[in-house]
Design a protein around this ligand. Structure first.
Ligand SMILES: Nc1ncnc2c1ncn2[C@@H]1O[C@H](COP(=O)(O)OP(=O)(O)OP(=O)(O)O)[C@@H](O)[C@H]1O
Length: 261
């Protein structure tokens, strides 16, 4: 599976584009981490890929097919989306929210069958949120909601997973767990496109990176893009990239912010 974002410009209404002429090719098994300061257009790009926003120019294809011609149902069977944790006004149970991931597989008046329930429960348990299954979504903490939304997207059994800040609201342990799931999912063949406010996440997932700077972006392997100079340009702060070797002999890298000028 190849998702191609070709020369895409996107934004809102008649206003000038927020993101201009971006091109990315995302293949099965790859993790792409989109980095950049607040308000630079990361979510806008994702909304455009998902078809929530009309492109101003360019095109988006999956295996050569322009996805503008796809129905929402077909798109939902191929692309799973984890939005930033939301408030849901309806007090659905966690199990029901996760089961909603099966909607695109049901007929118009159909209800989920045994297989749908099994898939939902498998994901609930894989993400370690079994104890929340019968709780109301509206009564969960922000981090718990985030885990439920990830389980719902996995229940779509997509080929591509688009995740908008999947680790926001999560405690340190759950952040690491989610990054590990993301790496596992990519090894199972999913293509993953995610945003993060932590450049370290790109190192941890050995990912490809699109780093947005105001009206510009740089794209490539994490090692080449997550550099002190690029981070300074994007975020206006000084950082030092430090590297070492883990106990298992793996090279590890991290961005350390420098608080002095
Ligand atoms: N519905 C909208 N109509 C008009 N402008 C919008 C709309 N939604 C967002 N914007 C503007 O688009 C720009 C990019 O917003 P976007 O949410 O894509 O940024 P982001 O990089 O995802 O930010 P963050 O890291 O803070 O989540 C911002 O200037 C924002 O004000």
């Amino acid at each position: 599976m190849i998702l191609k974002i070709e020369d895409v410009s996107c934004g809102y209404g008649l206003d000038p584009p927020i993101v201009s002429q971006i091109s990315m090719t995302i293949r099965s098994g790859e993790i792409w981490c989109v980095l950049g300061p607040n308000g630079v257009g990361k979510t806008t790009l994702f909304k455009s890929v998902l078809g929530f926003l009309k492109l101003k120019s360019g095109r988006i294809t999956i295996d050569g097919q322009d996805i503008r011609s796809w129905t929402q149902k077909k798109k939902a069977q191929v692309i799973g989306y984890v939005p930033q944790a939301q408030n849901n006004p309806f007090p659905f149970s966690v199990k029901d929210v996760v089961l909603m991931g099966r909607t695109s597989y049901l007929s118009e008046l159909g209800s989920p069958g045994k297989k749908d329930v099994e898939i939902a429960e498998r994901n609930i348990h894989m993400l370690g949120i079994g104890q929340l299954e019968n709780k109301k979504y509206t009564e969960l903490s922000g981090g718990e909601r985030q885990m439920v939304l990830i389980a719902r997207a996995l229940t779509q059994e997509p080929d591509i997973l688009i995740m908008d800040e999947p680790t926001s609201n999560l405690d340190f342990g759950n952040q690491v767990k989610v990054l590990k799931y993301i790496s596992d999912l990519s090894r199972r063949g999913l293509a993953i496109l995610m945003t993060s406010h932590f450049p370290d996440h790109a190192f941890l997932c050995s990912s490809k990176v699109a780093l947005f700077r105001q009206h510009q972006f740089v794209i490539g392997e994490a090692d080449n893009i997550v550099t002190e100079a690029n981070l300074k340009q994007a975020y206006g702060v000084n950082v030092q990239i430090v590297s070492g070797t883990s106990e298992q002999g793996k090279e590890i890298k991290s961005c350390v912010p420098l608080l002095d000028d």
